[in-house]
Design a protein around this ligand. Structure first.
Ligand code: FES
Length: 110
């Protein structure tokens, strides 16, 4: 029996028959997620799991290391290695900067 992965912000819902990575599911259905290495090391494809984190297999040590480097939140995973096994809602909106690495806001008193 399959499950449904819903991709935000479009809201496209995809029926999936077997455990698959979020990147595989997205690419097979015409959704664009920027990615690089495909093995959980570069951090290009950081996505937010809005619902259903228990339906994503736990991160491998390699993914954990990359998530830590990115200062990812507990709701964030790497689409290329995050494997969905049940209903999930994931936000694939592109990020301009990984969390904690954006430009600093500098204010000056005149
Ligand atoms: S594509 Fe490199 S971490 Fe997913």
């Amino acid at each position: 029996m399959g499950f449904v992965v819903r991709f935000l912000p479009e809201g496209k819902a995809i029926e999936v028959e077997k455990p698959s990575t979020l990147l595989e599911i997205a690419l097979h259905h015409g959704l664009i997620i920027s990615f690089g290495c495909g093995v959980g090391q570069c951090g290009t494809d950081l996505v937010t799991i809005v619902e259903g984190m228990p339906h994503i297999l736990p991160p491998t040590p390699s993914e954990q290391e990359t998530l830590a480097h990115l200062r990812a939140g507990p709701d964030e995973r790497l689409a290329c290695v995050a494997t969905a096994t049940g209903d999930v809602t994931v936000d694939i909106s592109p990020r301009l900067f990984p969390r904690g690495t954006g430009p600093e806001v500098v204010t000056t008193d005149h």
